[in-house]
Every structure is written in C-alpha cells, then in structure tokens.
Design a protein around this ligand. Structure first.
Ligand code: ME8
Length: 680
C-alpha cells in the first residue's frame, strides 16, 4: 500500500471521570470531518479516538461511585460510545487504555527504554496536583499557574525518563518544520518555552502504595506507569506498533509503518505541553518519526470567558443539544462558527442565529425553491440546459473557485474557511433565483429559459450536498436522495470536483426524477426560556467554604452514628402502611431543566424541575454524592409534588425527587412520560 494514500488522524483519548461535553464533541467532530473527507477522496483512512482510563482522577471517581476502577471505566465508556454514536462519529478504532494490546505495547516500550538506559530511579519531594496528575514546581506556583491550596506535598521515590536530553533535537525539529505544530501561535508558544526554559526529566511512575490503578512497570513491580506516559502511547498502539515488533496492524494495513507517522494529531490547547514536549521526546527516545502535524485547537468558553469543562462544571450537555437541534446542525455549527485554533464563546443565541441564517434560510431555502419549482412547473425531473438566462458562466467560475478553496481549506483544517466559501455559492444560487425570475419565465411560457434557470440551482444543490457529506451526513444524504442521486454517485462527483477540473455545473443526468421532501432545516422556533437556559453555561463562582460541623465527632463516633442512621432508615422501610397513606402522596413525572451545587452542602444539588406547571419547581435533592449537576440535566424523574416547602440549609425546596438507595443514592427513579403526568 502506498503511504501517500493513507490518512491517519487522532484525537486525545478522554478521561472517563465524567461524561462527554461539547469540548470533547468538538475535537472529535473535527477529526471525524477530516477522516470522512479523506475517505471520500479515496484515501485509506484510519481515525483513532478513545478513552484514557488509568490514573488518580479516574480512580477517585470510581471510589466516589463505590465501584471498582474496572467496573467504573466499563460503565463510563458506554456513555462515551453512545454519545459518539449520536454525533455520527465514524472512528476506525475506539482505543481504551485498559485494552490488552495497549497494555502490551506500553509494557514493551517501557522495557525497551529501560534497557536503553533512558530511565533512572530518584527521590522527589515537592508539590503535586491531583486534578492534572502532575508535579508542580515552586515557579509554577509563583507564576500563578497553581494555587497552593489545590496542591499536596509529597515525598517519594519514582522512575524518571531522561526527557531533558532531547531539548535541542526538539527545538531543531520545530524550527526547521513550520507546519509541524499548528496553528502558528501554538508553535510560538512551544518555541518560547523551549528557548527560555531548561527541560527537566519526566517522572513516569507512581508508587502502587499511593496509586495502584495503572500499568505495572515491567522492571519494578512496586510502581505503575504515570497516566500520561501510558495514554500518549495509544497513538502508536492504534497502528500495531510495539517496541519488540510483535504487534498486529489494524485490518487493511500491512505494517504499523503504513500508518505512522500520523498525518494529524488533533488536541485542545490545554494539552499542548504534554503532546509537543512529552510525546515528541518519547518518540525521539524510541527513534520513531514524529507526527506530520500536531494541531492544537482553541476552547469553547462560556459568556464570562471561562473554559467550558469538568473543572468548572460549566459545560453544555451534548446529548441535549443534539436532541433539540439535530446532529447535523450541531456538527455544522462547531465546524463553521469559529476558526479551528481560536477560542469561541458558546451561546444559545449564537447557535440559533447560525442555524436559522445558514441552514434554514440559505441552504434550506435554496433546496426548497429549486425542487419545488421544478416539481410544480417542469414535471419534477432534472431539466436539460437550454437557453442562457442570466450569469450562468459566472456561477461556473465561482463554483470552480469555491471547490478549490474548500478542498485546500479542509486539508489545512480550516473548516470555517471551507464552509464560508461554499456558502458564497449557496447565497449566489439564491440570488440567481431572484435575478432569473423563474416565476416570470413560467408565466410567460419561456420553457427553454425556465429549464436552464432550474437546472443551474439544482446543480448548485448537488454540488453543496456532495461537499457537505462529511459535515452534515444525514441532511446531505436526504438532499442527494431528493435530487435523485445517492452517495456512490456523489462520491464519484466529489472525486471529479477535487481533481481540479473546471466545474461545469452539469453533473446531474437530465430526466431523473426529483423528490419534493420535507424542508431540510425547518426554521427553529425560540425554545422556552427554561430550555434556553440549559444552553447557557452557568457562571463560575467561587465555592462557599464548607461550614464547620456543629458538633465535632471522632472518626469512630461518626462511623457509629452513620451506621445507626442507616439501620433506622432500613427499619422504617420495613414498616407496613395502609393504602390510604400512599394515596395522599402525589407523584408527578418531571424533567430536570438545570442543576447546580448547593451553596452550603456538598451532598445536595439544587435543581429546577419542569412538572408541567407554569414555573419549574426548585427542589433540593440529596443526590450530589452520585451525580454532578451536569449529569442530571435533562433526566426524566418522578417528583413528590404535594410536600410542604422546606428550607434545606438555606435554600427552599418545593418537593422531592424519588431516588433508589436507602442511604447512598444508586439511581434516580425515571418514567418515560410528559412532565406533569400523574404517577400512581
Ligand atoms: O486531557 N473547548 O482528557 P480530557 C474545546 N486524557 N475543547 C475541549 C474543551 C473546551 N472547552 N474541553 C475539553 C485529557 N476539550 C487526557 C488526554 S491524550 C493522550 C490524553 C477537548 O477528558 C480538547 O480536545 O480532559 C481537550 O484537549 C480534551 O477535550 C481534554 O480531554
């Protein structure tokens, strides 16, 4: 297989200490777009994404959920795969760092580098940040990168990788290859770092006595591998690489060298250092070529400029977004709204504006007008070109230019530029309908001109549907079907388009029947305020300090009190009641519209629930040990709706949400019914 025809693209592998949010969706949609585009062009594509399942963060989440780490990651990965399914992500491999071949690869690399003398054991005393899983220097603290209150002081023996030996080699590589790290701002950032700081060695182990959830070091069984050293190697595991040469390449490839070096490794700018420095020096140590391009994109931020993410709990639920607007609109918005590389603010208004202007008005209208007029006036088949009407030749020149820009921009990961160019043609198509005045031609019976006028816009629709296959796969298929074409025909057309030949706007066979279907993107009506709020990231506020407990209990006393409370609750559940008691309890179906942490209690969430009334109910629920606020938004629940309002630690609660679990919450009770429906 010729290496020129392969296209290998990767995303980061994501931590399974939470569910996917729009940030993760963004990177993965961009990689999927690139992968689909190259598949359509006939390249042999391999698209790798997946989950990062080892390390302290994941272990802590498992403990919090009362599960073993393996049970926790097996459970979480289902949510990730389901979300990627909803986003139409067509990956070739979903890598899990708990997969056997990955573990074998990491083990082989560790053995190899150890034998090469690139690891040594040394004592370290200093600061450690659990959230980021890294050691922090005094300098990092002075520079304000970390707050001392977030750090733990540790002293321990560990294994180190001689990363410092590769500083000059890495500098030379980045200096000599301008496209190696993109975009330019990120390249300059890495160069600035390497030019002004001395690279230290990298700690690659964690003592099992402190953290045992990881891959054991093959040469010292008291340690597991540092989660980043393990995770970064996934990009090689996916190719079938192992340091001892025993790995198996994915099907369709003869050797790992068919795939490596990767064409594009896409990451967010938050993990630039780990990739541009740790990963590249690891590859240098292995004497494996570096990827062709590392592309670090920007962040989706909230209206107050904070990075959306798990740390601030200010994310938007991706499933909800897809449910309200459809996957195609979500994919289009992400790829069109901001330049790949820049930051962008996510807002409901921004999303609605983009949807209605670009999708409903421009593209939706063009398709609707093209097909409906041809159906009404020309028998619903693709007409022949006949007499010239207006600026058809200009449109062909524009289409040729647009295809060129589109192709080049996607190859360079400039998705916004590609779509902006295509929309120039879509808008020109709408304008052409206005200037060619087909309604007048129809009235006057000038069929020769009418046929040309309709053919031109149908061709623009065909070209748009073809180029949009990797962006809006479902709607593009729908439009192709309405135009009497299928994806195989469109794929051939796409190959012709990107070959650089002038675009003649004459690809549809005359005479094929059209289908006058539903509008592609119906104008989106304003959503109710309560739902709109779900698309606005909550502002990040400083968490109020936990109040001191009123009575200080010893650890033993507290344990005993908890045991007694559990016992009392269990007994209460065993007492029979007569049916009239139960009839007094009003239960209603509801949906959680928003949720936030309780300002004064870490076990409580304050949620707004729609139970079919004019205003949502505010309910304080003791479910925070099991769910984070963003995990419950959108959940269907059952609410006890006739409870007296109560004040719980300073916040009014107007009801109760039913949950399973006598003391610790196991799950919420859910019914598939409209908000307000009586549950009995
Ligand atoms: O860092 N805007 O995993 P992670 C845009 N496991 N993209 C965002 C984003 C935002 N607000 N928030 C997250 C890890 N992302 C490691 C990676 S790789 C060997 C190991 C995206 O779950 C972006 O791609 O924290 C970012 O780099 C990634 O999610 C971080 O995901």
């Amino acid at each position: 297989m010729s290496p020129e025809s392969t296209f290998y693209v990767t995303t980061p592998i994501y931590y399974v200490n939470g569910r996917p949010h729009i940030g993760h969706a963004y990177t993965t949609i961009a990689a999927d777009m690139a992968a689909r585009w190259h598949r359509l062009k006939g390249d042999n594509v391999f698209f790798l994404t997946g989950t990062d399942e080892h390390g302290q963060k994941v272990l802590e989440k498992a403990v919090e959920r009362g599960m073993s780490p393996q049970e926790h990651v097996d459970d979480m990965v289902q949510h990730w795969k389901a979300s990627f399914g909803k986003l139409e992500i067509q990956y070739d491999r979903f890598m899990r760092t708990t997969d056997a071949d990955h573990i074998a690869n990491v083990t082989s690399v560790l053995t190899h580098l150890h034998e090469k003398g690139l690891f040594y054991k040394a004592e370290y005393t200093g600061w450690y940040h659990v959230g980021d899983e890294i050691f922090v220097t005094e300098k990092d603290i002075e520079e304000g990168k970390y707050d001392r209150s977030e750090l733990s002081e540790i002293s321990e023996s560990n294994w180190w990788f001689k990363m410092s030996a590769y500083q000059q080699q890495l500098l030379d590589k980045i200096n000599s290859e301008p496209d190696f790290i993109q975009p330019e701002g990120r390249r300059n950032e890495v160069l600035g770092f390497l030019n002004t700081k001395t690279l230290t060695d990298l700690c690659i182990s964690r003592p099992k006595s402190r953290m045992s959830w990881g891959i054991e070091l093959p040469f010292d069984d008291e340690f597991v591998t540092y989660v980043w050293f393990d995770a970064l190697l996934n990009y090689l595991t996916g190719t079938g690489y192992t340091a001892d040469g025993t790995g198996t390449p994915p099907s369709g490839f003869d050797s790992w060298t068919d795939l490596w070096p990767a064409n594009f490794q896409i990451i967010g700018k938050d993990i630039l250092t780990t990739h541009a420095i740790y990963w590249m020096t690891m590859l240098m140590a292995l004497e494996v070529p570096l990827p062709k391009t590392l592309f670090a994109h920007g962040w989706w931020v909230s209206s107050d400029g904070q990075k959306m993410g798990k740390r601030h709990g200010n994310t938007i639920d991706i499933d909800l977004l897809v449910q309200e607007f459809g996957v195609d609109a979500v994919r289009y918005f992400f790829l069109r709204e901001i330049r790949f590389g820049n930051d962008g603010a996510f807002s409901y208004d921004g999303f609605m504006a983009r949807y209605n202007a670009d999708l409903a008005n421009d593209l939706g209208n063009l398709a609707h007008r093209a097909i409906s007029m041809t159906t009404n006036w020309l028998g619903g088949v693709v007409p022949e070109y006949e007499a010239a009407v207006a600026n058809e030749d200009e449109l062909k020149v524009l289409a040729t230019q647009v295809v060129k820009t589109y192709n080049e921009s996607i190859d360079a990961m400039r998705f916004d530029t590609a779509l902006e160019a295509l929309w120039e043609l879509v808008k020109a198509g709408n304008k052409y309908i206005d200037t060619s005045e087909p309604w007048k031609l129809n009235r006057e019976g000038d069929l020769a001109k009418l046929r040309t006028a309709k053919r031109v816009v149908l061709e623009i629709c065909y070209l748009a549907a073809t180029l949009l296959m990797p962006v809006i796969p479902n709607k593009s298929r729908e439009l192709l079907t309405n135009l009497g074409r299928n994806e195989f025909a469109a794929k051939d057309y796409l190959k012709l388009l990107v070959s650089g030949a002038p675009v003649g706007l004459d690809a549809l066979p005359a005479g094929i029947p059209l289908t006058y279907g539903d509008p592609l993107f119906p104008r989106h009506k304003e959503l109710p305020q309560a739902i709109q709020k779900l698309f606005e990231a909550p502002k990040v506020e400083e968490k109020a300090a936990e109040p001191e407990p009123e009575v200080k209990l010893s650890k033993r006393q507290r344990k005993e009190a908890e045991r007694a409370e559990r016992k009392a609750k269990e007994l209460a559940y065993q007492q029979p009641i007569d049916v009239d008691h139960f009839k007094h309890v009003q239960l209603r179906a509801g949906i959680i519209l928003s949720a936030e942490a309780h300002p004064n209690a870490d076990k409580l969430l304050v949620v707004q629930v729609d139970i079919g009334e004019d205003e949502p109910r505010q309910i304080v629920a003791g479910i925070a040990t099991k769910f984070s606020p963003d995990e419950v938004v959108g959940k269907k629940v059952v609410v006890v709706s006739n409870l007296q309002p109560a004040n719980l630690r300073g916040v009014e609660s107007q009801g109760m949400i039913l949950a399973a679990g006598a003391t610790d919450v196991v799950d919420l009770v859910s019914v598939d019914a409209e908000p307000g429906e009586v549950v009995r």
